[in-house]
Design a protein around this ligand. Structure first.
Ligand code: PLZ
Length: 469
């Protein structure tokens, strides 16, 4: 059955209903046309979803968990629909992936057309144009006007691994610094870079050597200015590692899994300056914060920094697996020919999806839409915080906003309240995700295609869940 979804084209102030009015036939390219409503026809999970979850438990390794107990069958705009006919409000975008909207019509059409033409050659065997097109777009879109090059991979973790390989080769040094609360992936090297033990690392060691950890600027908890927090991190790098041994500093400009921690002003620029002065490669991991999520194309721009290398994934290809390392041409070219690659990296179908998604980011007003969504989220969460001191802090940028839950007297993290509110919201048909080293943060990562009324209704449900706990 072929559905149609109005083209998700936004001007500031527009809602999905407005864009539907301007729909033209050439935009009806497939993808589910779903009523933009929260609709519960069974308890969550309903009987059909329950059946799938039973099969999952029997067939899928126990280590692969799930947050929302449904069988997802369709998604688009601001909803995910399950096999029982429930329609849930999506405030998670599959962890910041479907930023342009799930099954975005232009992305779906590009995937279908490419899949009918050429699914794979392996770019290292026979190059094709869409890979080069994506590289050119990334070179242009990432921060800075210096000469840049890119290499494409499959996942965020793989991009991070390759950024470290490139930085080591370029510098001839081995040490890498990551930060408290960092998340960079689940492969061996990236587990080592990731800070949190449970569930990501526990029992999976030994981890790669030459990884060091520095303190993150976390204004709500460390009370430090950006300059002071940077001085602390730099002192560790100088005294415990030595700049001469340090290949790279890797940091998420706004941390994702670690709790949507936004560093104090001046922290990131001071780190970049120190790296530049000492020939250390500064890597911005924009896997979660990139591609219009924060209201800028990349979160680095919020802080006015120009990283040497940027890692991207998630939002880049509207739901298809694609990732990239982009950066200074002389660093990217330090590796011998054949030193970088992989069977699937920059697969043509994923590249076709990325080109359609990047068109949407550039042409459909999505930066403005992310800022608008941020305005709605922030205003509502701050008013909740005003009435309920268990919300210790509301922070983030654009459509990457979070609330940290604490004991109002001691600021001690309240993971139990966080889990209870998230669970209650999901039971009421609102997909929300938690995060944070202490598990006490609810994060909001809606698709930018969500209409305002669903965003507001999702926040109503969360407010009610909070009031009830
Ligand atoms: N860098 C900044 O956020 C992935 C992880 C979900 P992959 N974050 C979601 C989970 O529990 O596995 C992420 C990230 C940052 C790297 C990664 C890794 O990206 O595509 O999951 O490998």
């Amino acid at each position: 059955m072929l559905y149609a979804l109005p083209r998700q084209s936004y001007a500031p102030g527009m809602t999905l209903a407005d864009t539907a009015a301007s729909t033209t036939s050439d935009t009806l390219l497939g993808g589910p046309e779903l009523p933009q409503e929260r609709r519960l026809v069974t308890a969550i999970p309903g009987p059909r979803s329950q059946q799938l979850l039973e099969r999952k438990a029997a067939a899928v390794a126990a280590g692969v968990g799930h947050t929302v107990p449904i069988e997802a069958v369709a998604a688009g705009g601001g909803v995910v629909v399950d096999a029982d006919g429930n329609s849930l409000i999506d405030l998670g975008s599959g962890i910041a992936v479907t930023t342009v909207g799930n099954a975005h019509p232009a992305v779906a059409a590009a995937i279908a057309a490419q899949a009918a033409q050429l699914t794979h050659t392996c770019f290292m065997v026979s190059p094709y144009a869409s890979y080069v097109d994506v590289a050119e777009r990334l070179n242009r879109l990432t921060p800075g006007d210096h000469s840049k090059k890119s290499a494409l991979f499959n996942s965020g973790a793989e991009a991070v691994e390759n950024a470290i390989k490139i930085a080591r080769k370029h510098t001839g040094r081995q040490a890498v610094v990551a930060f408290d609360h960092a998340y960079h992936g689940r492969t061996n090297l990236t587990m080592g870079l990731t800070a949190k033990s449970m569930p990501y690392k526990s029992g999976f060691g030994p981890f790669a050597s030459e990884i060091y950890r520095a303190p993150m600027s976390y204004p709500y908890r460390d009370g430090l200015s950006g300059a002071d927090a940077a001085a602390k991190a730099i002192s560790i790098m100088e005294k415990q590692i030595g700049a001469d041994n340090l290949a790279a500093v890797i940091i998420e400009p706004i941390q994702g899994e670690g709790g949507f921690i936004v560093p104090a002003d001046g922290f990131l620029p001071a780190l970049v300056d120190w790296c530049t002065a000492h020939g250390v490669v500064f890597i911005a991991d924009e896997v979660q914060s990139g591609f219009a999520r924060t209201g800028e194309m990349f979160a680095s721009e919020i802080f006015g920094i120009v990283p040497d290398l940027v890692t991207t994934a998630k939002g880049i290809a509207g739901g298809m697996p694609l990732a990239a390392v982009t950066g200074r041409a002389e660093i990217m070219d330090a590796t011998h020919t054949g030193g970088l690659g992989g069977t699937y990296g920059g697969n043509p179908v994923a590249c076709a999806a990325a080109l359609a998604a990047i068109d949407a980011f550039e042409n459909d007003g999505l930066l403005g839409r992310a800022r608008e969504i941020g305005g709605i989220l922030r205003a509502r969460l701050e008013s909740l915080q005003h009435d309920d001191p268990r919300i210790g802090e509301v922070r983030g940028h654009g459509a990457m906003i979070a609330a940290e839950f604490v004991d109002p007297d001691t600021k001690a993290p309240d993971a139990a309240l966080t889990a209870a509110v998230a669970k209650a919201a999901i039971a009421e048909g609102v997909i929300v995700l938690t995060c944070g080293t202490y598990g006490n943060v609810i994060r909001f990562l809606p698709p930018l295609s969500i209409p305002d009324h669903l965003l507001n209704e999702g926040l109503d449900v969360i407010a009610a869940a909070l009031a009830a706990h």
